[in-house]
Design a protein around this ligand. Structure first.
Ligand code: APR
Ligand code: PHB
Length: 401
């Protein structure tokens, strides 16, 4: 067995783990990342693509915004299509100039991995049987790689290992509470090298179910359809996908839609999930390991980033200023923002999706709510300020308040 020593072990090399690693590196804090998958697998995963301004600022602070600045597309508004009629939400004018940036999570991951490689930081990919130990006292992590057993002793463990990870699963049941809502449908996503149907994202509410027209660049589009969670991706040929998307669009968008072969197609279930608390002695949960949102509000990656803003600041304060304040406040601060994003994502999901259980009364109420939100400046402002991202208290970020 090989024994290693470091300050922080990060379990998981998704955006949360990689961003934490990069921010600790910038502050000169020794750490190791342990990931069960291969580097190629991690870099190729297709996920969401909308960054709040505070997430952009954090990537800038981490020194990984070169590609983002060059290729990210600033968006100052979104469209909501209801009953065949498009309504623009002017995000910027409703939020004193804030905007979001279209930049794929896959690219964020690649940029962070490249920065890590350039700085020659230690990551163990394809680590098997990862286990976290003694995290209320003297934490250490064990794993197997290429038939060899490793033990890494550390001061803290960051559980950034996603919804299916082992960190949350290792916490004694009596110390943790989880809150969950599972939705009876999924999103069928298609990525295609065709120009987007519109310059801005279109969120579509229709009798046939929800749809979303998004993009990765001016030549690559990302589209989604609400489908029954029991559907299999093999049942959806490209042709069937494009036909159904057209069925949910307005005339103008239908005419503008450019179709083409899919380069990725998958179905993701929708779930709301929160873990309380997010700190267990010297183990912190961050990102999808601690919470999941349905993708309707585009909050998943942004919430992971805000957890990491708090966690990196707390650890940096601990090592550089000998203060435990940030560590002690981590869970409470994160959860405040998490629950607001959970509420927004749940609300957007309810408002825009078709639920089989919706009664005629429910449908009328949804129609009235949409009419109110879209027809009133107060309603639009509520949507816009949540969509661009609620402010949070981070001393070192310019946008946050
Ligand atoms: N040991 C080591 N690594 C693990 C283990 C384990 N037992 N279990 C899971 N992992 C790894 C996964 O392989 C993955 O690479 O942890 C990583 C978790 O990454 P993500 O699932 O991407 O989670 P996170 O970094 O929190 O990113 C959140 O991803 O799912 C989206 O919407 C979500 O955008 C949000 C973002
Ligand atoms: C995406 O582009 O993948 C995307 C955009 C907005 C969302 C969800 C997903 O709300």
């Amino acid at each position: 067995m090989e024994v290693l020593n470091t300050k922080v072990v990060i379990v998981g090399s998704g955006p949360a783990g990689l961003l934490l690693g990069q921010l600790l590196y910038k502050a000169g804090i020794d750490h190791i990342i342990i990931e069960q998958r291969s580097a190629d697998y991690v870099a190729a995963r297709i996920r969401a693509g909308i960054l709040e301004q505070v997430s952009v600022d954090l990537l800038e602070k981490a020194g990984v915004d070169k590609q983002l600045k060059e290729f990210g597309l600033p968006h100052t508004g979104i469209e909501i299509l209801v009953d065949g009629c498009k309504h623009r939400i002017d995000l910027s004018s409703l939020t004193q100039g804030k905007q979001v940036t279209v930049y794929g999570q896959t690219e964020v991951t690649k940029d962070l991995m490249q920065a890590r490689e350039e700085a020659e930081l230690t990551s163990f990919y394809e680590a098997n049987d990862v286990k976290v130990h003694d995290f209320y006292e003297k934490p250490y992590v064990t794993f197997n790689k290429d038939g060899k057993l490793y033990q890494v002793n550390c001061d803290f463990i960051a559980g950034c290992d996603g919804y299916h990870g082992i960190c949350r699963a290792s916490i004694p049941k009596e110390n943790i509470k989880t809150f969950e809502k599972v939705y009876p449908f999924g999103w069928l996503g298609v990525l295609a090298d065709v120009p987007p149907v519109s310059d801005e994202l279109i969120y579509v509410q229709s009798d046939r179910g929800f749809a979303l027209c998004s993009m990765r660049s001016t030549t690559r589009s990302r589209y989604y359809l609400q489908v029954p969670v029991t559907d299999k991706v093999e049942e959806w040929s490209d042709e069937k996908f494009w036909d159904e998307l057209k069925n949910r669009l307005d005339e103008e968008s239908k005419n503008n839609l450019v179709t083409g072969p899919s380069i990725e197609k998958s179905i993701a279930p929708l779930r709301s999930f929160v873990t309380e608390p997010m700190r267990f002695g010297k183990l912190f949960l961050a990102g999808d390991a601690a919470h999941i949102v349905p993708p309707t509000g585009a909050k998943g990656l942004n919430l992971a980033a805000s957890d990491i803003a708090y966690l990196s600041e707390a650890l940096i304060e601990f090592y550089l200023s000998n203060s435990e304040e940030g560590i002690n406040q981590y869970s409470e601060k994160c959860l405040k923002r998490v629950w607001k994003a959970e509420r927004f994502s749940w609300w957007m999901t309810h408002l825009l999706h078709r639920f089989e259980s919706d009664s005629d009364f429910d449908l009328k109420i949804k129609q009235a709510e949409l009419a109110y939100v879209l027809g009133s400046e107060a309603g639009q402002t509520t949507l816009a300020e949540n969509y661009v991202g609620l402010p949070y208290e981070i001393k070192s970020l310019k946008e946050a308040s």
